[in-house]
Ligand binder design. Structure first.
Ligand code: NAP
Length: 315
């Protein structure tokens, strides 16, 4: 167990990410006290019942008053409203961070709402599952995953360093980068892949000559893995696309060009090109396994040879 990094930590939003942070904080003893706020009474009651927080506050403003670290764990589209509410109540010297999947918009829109004397260090853990809510979290979610911190220019390096130590205590590796660079990288590694999954699942279900039962029965042919990603929370993903529009559109344009290249190769029977492109893609998969970011076990380590796993898979 480590020495506490913060005395009081306030979680604003207690869903998958907020609850996983709580479990991982408790595992490592990173905070003396965890308090929190969620929008609904039901989530606040669940968070208290399963011990995610010691005190539940009905408003975000009340929750942050004594906190040395405040973590916004709400959808990206809700961050500005929450920041407007808590701004005047943040403790001098406190660190305000978040876990949102888009960073540029938060630096631009939340940054100006943070009072002098409070350090704003946005963050994004690259770890998740398709599950939501306070009961979906688990302590191991961040183990050996990356967390990206995007401190705006002029941030006190000591605050960034303290947050780095905190995330390392949660199990993550930490990298610091510019918010706009983060948004471009994540557009291709996370946002566009989710869009493709949402789209292919809907394309299949709109097909008139393939029945729903056939789509489900033969899903192990690849489709099933897209459906897991496509089961992700619609509110969270709506907010990601509305707030990372430019980078997503740029990556989608490149994706479309490459798709058309594949389409032409199929149309003209260019097997050599197809083979080369598939070999290149396979090398990328091997790189991810070598970097410890996924399992090499057959069928993604599913224990039962194909039926759905009970343990949430990581995105
Ligand atoms: P989640 O499980 O749906 O939890 C969201 C939490 O935010 C809930 O406690 C909810 O309260 C609260 N909330 C929702 N809308 C709100 C609003 N308008 N005002 C105040 N509170 C609100 O979501 P999550 O997966 O933890 O995602 C939270 C953040 O983490 C998002 O910004 C997302 O981009 C980021 N993130 C997610 C993943 C992932 O894989 N899921 C990975 C990395 C980062 P109630 O329960 O009371 O409604």
């Amino acid at each position: 167990m480590s020495k506490p990094v913060f005395d009081t930590v306030a979680l604003i939003g207690i869903g998958l990410i907020g609850s996983s942070i709580s479990h991982a904080m408790r595992r490592a003893g990173l905070a003396r006290r965890i308090v929190g706020h969620a929008r609904t009474e039901a989530t606040r009651a669940t968070a208290l019942r399963i011990g995610l927080i010691g005190t539940a506050h009905a408003t975000a403003a009340d929750a942050v008053k004594e906190a040395d670290l405040v973590i916004l764990c709400v959808p990206v589209g809700a961050c500005v409203r929450v920041a407007e509410e808590i701004g005047a109540h943040l403790k001098p010297g406190a660190i305000l961070t978040d876990v949102g999947s888009v960073k540029g918009v938060l630096v631009r829109e939340v940054g100006p709402l943070v009072p002098d004397g409070v350090h704003f260090v946005p963050g994004h853990p690259i770890a998740g599952t398709e599950h939501s809510g306070p009961e979906s979290g688990f302590a191991e979610l961040f183990d050996n995953r990356w967390c990206i911190l995007t401190p705006p220019e002029g941030t006190d390096p000591a605050a960034t360093e303290k947050l780095r130590i905190f995330w390392q205590g949660l199990g993550s590796n930490v990298e610091v980068m510019d918010a706009d660079h983060h948004d471009m990288v994540l557009a291709i590694t996370s946002h566009v892949p989710h869009l493709i999954a949402f789209n292919i699942v809907n394309t299949a279900s709109h097909l008139e000559r393939v029945t729903d039962s056939e789509v489900i029965k033969f899903s192990a042919g690849g489709f099933r893995d897209f459906t897991r990603i496509a089961a992700s929370d619609p509110t969270m993903w709506r907010d990601v696309f509305l707030n990372n529009r430019d980078a997503v559109l740029e990556m989608l344009a490149r994706f479309t060009e490459d798709l058309i290249h594949l389409q032409r190769s199929i149309r003209y029977g260019d097997g050599e090109t197809l083979f080369e492109l598939f070999t290149e893609a396979r090398r990328t998969r091997r790189g991810i396994i070598q970097a410890g970011q996924d399992t090499a076990a057959p069928n993604f380590g599913r224990p039962d040879g194909g039926a759905a796993s009970t343990k949430p898979a990581k995105t």
